[in-house]
Design a protein around this ligand. Sequence first.
Ligand SMILES: [Zn+2]
Ligand SMILES: [Zn+2]
Length: 329
Amino acid sequence: MRAMVLETGQRRLQLKQLPVPQPSPGQLLIRVHACGVCRTDLHIVDQELSEAKLPLIPGHEIVGTVVKTGDQVTRFRPGERVGVPWLGTTCGECRYCRREQENLCDHARFTGYTLDGGFAEFTLADQHFCFHLPPGFEDTEAAPLLCAGLIGYRTYRLAGNNIEHLGLYGFGAAAHIVAQIAVHQGKKVYAFTRPGDTEAQEFARRLGAVWAGASTQMSPQPLDAALIFAPAGELIPAALKATDKGGHVVAGGIHMSDIPAFPYRLLWEERKLSSVANLTRRDGEELLELAYRIPVRTEIERFPLEQANEALDRLRSGRVEGAAVLVMN
Ligand SMILES: [Zn+2]
Ligand SMILES: [Zn+2]
């Protein structure tokens, strides 16, 4: 099979020919049709995340067809469409797994990070962590739901219920999905982008944001919650400043630059600051059901598999509208 591989000490992926892997008893062998490119892939390739297995096939927003199943597989059959997310396996036994926080499992393994992922023509996945995907989404359109959608949804869910005015910092793959859910639920969405990124601001307005501007601008309205999807630490004090009393700032990314010092009065009055790590399978089931019912429309830009580096470069410089997706054939 063809695969884009990250080797030790390298910062570009290399196209390789590798043998098709064989499933163990609980695994699916999947022919990959599409795989989303996520900011986390960028952090892995840029070595800002240090626990990657190497060599590694990145990619954790995988849509494909089951071609073969291990002897113990009961949830999927060959020929079925399947989605594979970031959470690849958990132990099921640690204190986090036992209290419905499998996203924090001590022994979790992650697709495209500590397990090989979907920047390839075939991949393996644990049946219990794969999703059945709703109809109405082409393979390429479904791919961004599996991380941008899922992590975005968890970030939104953790912000709580009392939200009328919602700020989204960084208007890329995750925010463009969350915005549609929030607008559908009657929230007013305020989109904050890099200064000068009028295309992203226009994109946000098109998806129903009542206001879009630069992250350096003051919000026209105190926010009940702010979700941060850009990896820039200075957005934390900026978002706290824009947030109303009792409001909640949630950081949705896996990596962020250092947060500058800020005065306590920005946190005072019961503002809350928290982060989101990974996802649970419950998040996935809920998001996919919502995405189907609303329905969410993902905006994607397609790249052939061998142009994974170009897709990552575009993401790095913020020049992808919506989500970048690799297409295998
Ligand atoms: Zn566990
Ligand atoms: Zn991701």
